[in-house]
Design a protein around this ligand. Structure first.
Ligand code: IMP
Length: 423
């Protein structure tokens, strides 16, 4: 396996955790490069289910070194708790997990500001995960954030935290919010910092040394292309770059060292939170996809909005990420659908386009142009190779690849490790 970036081609929740888990069988190093604990990667190993938020999925394979890169925003309390939970399930985390000294930290005031902004937006709210992700990235670009390096120096850390918390307390009280109990919060942080400090490293050096030594690195994307702060359905996006380029800026390896990009797409589409979703199904079919696919957010438990496969969005995403190959997940969820629909274009005020519009008003008004294909109406979850797929399922997948202009290299037909195979 070459140095590989894995990203979502839709609105997140494409099943990246499961694909990463399969790929990490051969990866020496696994790097998270953006986002924070807004992400929830669900991985099933045997009968045990793990939901990872900040720790790279490689932690579930004993041989992988795991890195939380500089592009990630890290809530120290959440990371500390996640590590404790994994250790409680018998996973050795501390000898294999490293946290970039340049990663930005997320604090209670970020979470509170996230809630405040959302309330202020009223019915135009983004529908964030309320994990403080946007406010933490805002502090980063405002050049007032606190980086993980501070965890190594308790006195400096405390001074910076108290200064920022004081500033936010004034803002919060102006916004009619209850002030933070800074002393109590510092007590929690100091304890977590003590436990996390040994993990803090210059991970840029680690990643480059590993690359020079010929070790294989997997960059694990979170969220999906259409939640990217530059390319997504702005402003209904997350606050980081979720696309492949961010693996370099957020992981510390140069573009010249990246050899492969894999896009992950569900065989249909889902979205959590607000914002336009052209192929959304608000009828019984949508409810049925949600029920069969257990489409509930891994982080917040919110029901996911469900809809047909959107080839316009997926093709654009594959192009943007430079993904020449695609892992398709959850095909089995479509097993009982009589007639499938695929969106091949959008009609916006009567004008047909095959490209993703930039303006939110246009995306909101986009009416999908569909083509239909017959379903296969038989179970696929026991299939372990391409030739055993029902003919209609194979035709559906071939059409997705053709429309997305991206070959399918992996197919997943269930949550277990053995239910993902080379296509
Ligand atoms: P935030 O990242 O919490 O600021 O949320 C911004 C938007 O991204 C909201 O619509 C969230 O539902 C969505 N979002 C954030 N993380 C994920 C994820 O891991 N999967 C799917 N949607 C996400």
């Amino acid at each position: 396996m070459a140095n590989t970036v894995l990203v979502g081609l839709q609105w997140g929740d494409e099943g990246k955790g499961k694909i990463i888990d399969v790929l990490t069988e051969r990866a020496d190093v696994v790097v998270r490069f953006q986002g924070g604990n807004n992400a929830g990667h669900t991985v099933k190993v045997g009968e045990q289910q793990f939901v990872l938020h900040l720790v790279p999925s490689g932690i579930l394979r004993e041989r992988s070194l795991c890195i939380i890169g500089n592009g990630v925003v890290v809530d120290p309390l959440a990371l500390d708790q996640e590590i404790a939970e994994l250790e409680g399930k018998g996973i050795d985390v501390r000898s294999r997990l490293h946290l970039s000294s340049r990663a930005q930290l997320v604090f209670c005031y970020h979470r509170q500001m996230d809630g405040l902004f959302e309330r202020k937006l009223g019915e135009n709210k983004i529908g964030t995960t309320k994990r403080g992700i946007g406010p933490a990235y805002a502090d980063k670009v405002n050049r007032v954030g606190i980086r993980a390096a501070a965890l190594l120096h308790p006195a400096r850390f405390e001074a910076r935290f108290r200064a920022q918390a004081g500033f936010y307390n004034r803002l919060l009280s102006e916004g009619g919010e209850a002030p933070l109990d800074v002393d109590a919060e510092w007590g929690r942080l100091a304890a977590a910092a003590d436990r996390l400090a040994p993990l803090v490293k210059d991970t840029v050096l680690m990643v480059n040394q590993a690359s020079r030594a010929g070790r294989e690195i997997l960059f694990e994307g979170a969220q999906g292309t259409w939640l990217d702060v530059d390319y997504g359905t702005y402003p209904f996006v997350t606050s980081s770059n979720t696309t492949a380029g961010a693996a370099c800026t957020g992981g510390g390896l140069a573009p010249s060292r990246i050899e492969r990009v894999i896009g992950v797409a569900k065989a249909y589409t889902t979205r959590v939170g607000s914002g336009p979703f052209p192929t959304e199904l608000t009828d019984d079919t949508g409810d049925e996809l949600r029920r069969v696919g257990s489409e509930f957010g891994a982080t917040t438990g919110r029901p996911r909005r469900c809809g047909w496969f959107d080839a316009v969005a997926t093709r654009y995403a594959a192009m943007l990420n430079g993904a020449d190959e695609m892992a398709v997940t959850k095909l089995d969820v479509l097993d009982d659908v009589r007639t499938l629909r695929i969106c091949t274009a959008y009609s916006i005020d009567g004008v047909v386009t095959h490209e993703m519009p930039a303006d939110i008003e246009d995306i909101t008004r986009a009416v999908p142009v569909y083509e239909e294909m017959p379903g296969w109406r038989q179970p696929t979850s026991g299939v372990r190779c391409r030739r055993d797929l029902p003919a209609a399922a194979l035709r559906y997948l071939e059409r997705l690849a053709e429309l997305a202009q991206c070959r399918i290299s992996l197919l997943s037909i269930g949550p277990k490790r053995e239910q993902t195979f080379t296509f």
